[in-house]
Design a protein around this ligand. Structure first.
Ligand SMILES: [Zn+2]
Ligand SMILES: [Zn+2]
Length: 337
């Protein structure tokens, strides 16, 4: 596939898409624009959100123990649940890593950063290797926290301590809530993400994730354990909102498997005739410049707070101007010695 048709590469070899990134999903347009929303829906649902809804349903139907088992917290069902999640992450993340970063099946076509992290050693990582640290953090902490949140929430559902709505009587509300799962995820992630960019929390917690300036699929859950806890806490919303365990599992999959799209490092995976768009560029810019694109536009808070970088020269200029003003404000606030 020819990556020069949809993007350009600068002198440093960095590739970027020609189309500006939209920081505001069309659902917020005023006056409402139903046709634009309809045209946008496939992009919202496909391929990721639909895939995570299907995997959430599969987990609920085939991979969740019976209710009487869930009523009591017990390692004998929680450990197998960890094993299932870990195996799925290994296969899903591993498939992207294998194709794009190990066999390098499409070279650096559609790759934002021309370099591959495996070619560069860095002392900031455990064993001097980005991928090794990312894999260890994913399985030791990421999948562990994910599984614990899953187990705790299912235990609460099974004991009847929160509303569990049957689909037969509540299908309209549950369908609406299912469609809103990615919106709730994004709103929660935005708030948590802004919080851990507060300097003291950034240094302690979030810098671990940002060490991957040039992310790979394994960077997705390469986080400090406190960030994992904040990130997967999105599951607890579904104990507060009248819901159904399948929707909880979809939300956890949106968080766990859904971390991948932003960290693939390629704009397109060359699969099928047209390739598969990853929508990774917004979050790639966050890893590159840190203080832009805390979210991805599904909840348009970056646009509201002026932190959206749309990938264009104009976006770059706005960001630099904002950074310059911030520096000036900090200088003015520092007393002269
Ligand atoms: Zn990231
Ligand atoms: Zn960040």
């Amino acid at each position: 596939m020819d990556d020069t048709l949809s993007g350009t590469r600068n002198k440093r070899g960095e590739w970027k898409p020609n189309e500006p990134l939209s920081g505001v999903a069309p659902i917020y347009a005023m006056p409402p624009q139903p046709l634009r929303v309809l045209r946008w829906l496939p992009e919202y649902l496909l391929p990721w959100n639909l895939a995570f809804a299907v995997s959430g349903l599969a987990w609920w139907l085939f991979l969740t123990p019976p209710l009487e088992t869930l009523e009591t917290l017990d390692w004998r069902w929680i450990l197998p649940m960890y094993a299932v999640n870990a195996a799925a992450v290994f296969l899903f993340y591993g498939a992207f890593e294998l194709r794009l970063y190990i066999t390098r099946a499409q070279g650096n076509r559609f790759k934002y950063n021309p370099k591959f992290p495996a070619d560069e050693k860095s002392d900031v990582f455990w064993f001097g290797n980005q991928v090794t640290e990312s894999i260890l953090r994913t399985f030791l902490s990421g999948v562990t926290v994910w599984t614990l949140v899953q187990a705790l929430c299912l235990w609460v559902f099974a004991n009847g301590w929160v509303p569990w709505l049957p689909w037969t009587d509540n299908w309209v509300w549950l369908a609406v809530l299912t469609v809103l799962v990615p919106v709730i995820h994004e709103g929660h992630f935005y708030l948590v993400h802004r919080l851990i960019h507060v300097p003291v929390l950034y240094r302690w917690i979030h810098s671990v994730h940002h060490n991957s300036v040039n992310p790979t699929p394994w960077s997705s859950l390469s986080m400090h354990t406190v960030e994992h806890i904040l990130y997967f806490a999105v599951g607890f919303y579904y104990l507060l909102i009248p819901s159904h365990p399948f929707i909880l599992l979809f939300a956890l999959h949106r968080a766990g498997f859904g971390a991948i799209p932003g960290h693939v490092g390629f704009d397109k995976v060359e699969l099928g005739a047209g390739g598969m768009d990853t929508h990774a560029y917004g979050h790639y810019l966050h890893h590159k410049y840190f203080e832009v694109n805390y979210g991805d536009g599904i909840v348009p808070l970056d646009a509201v707070f002026g932190t959206w970088h749309d990938g264009t020269e104009e976006g770059e200029r706005r960001m630099k101007e904002r950074f310059r003003k911030k520096k000036e404000r900090m200088k003015a606030a520092t007393p002269a010695s």
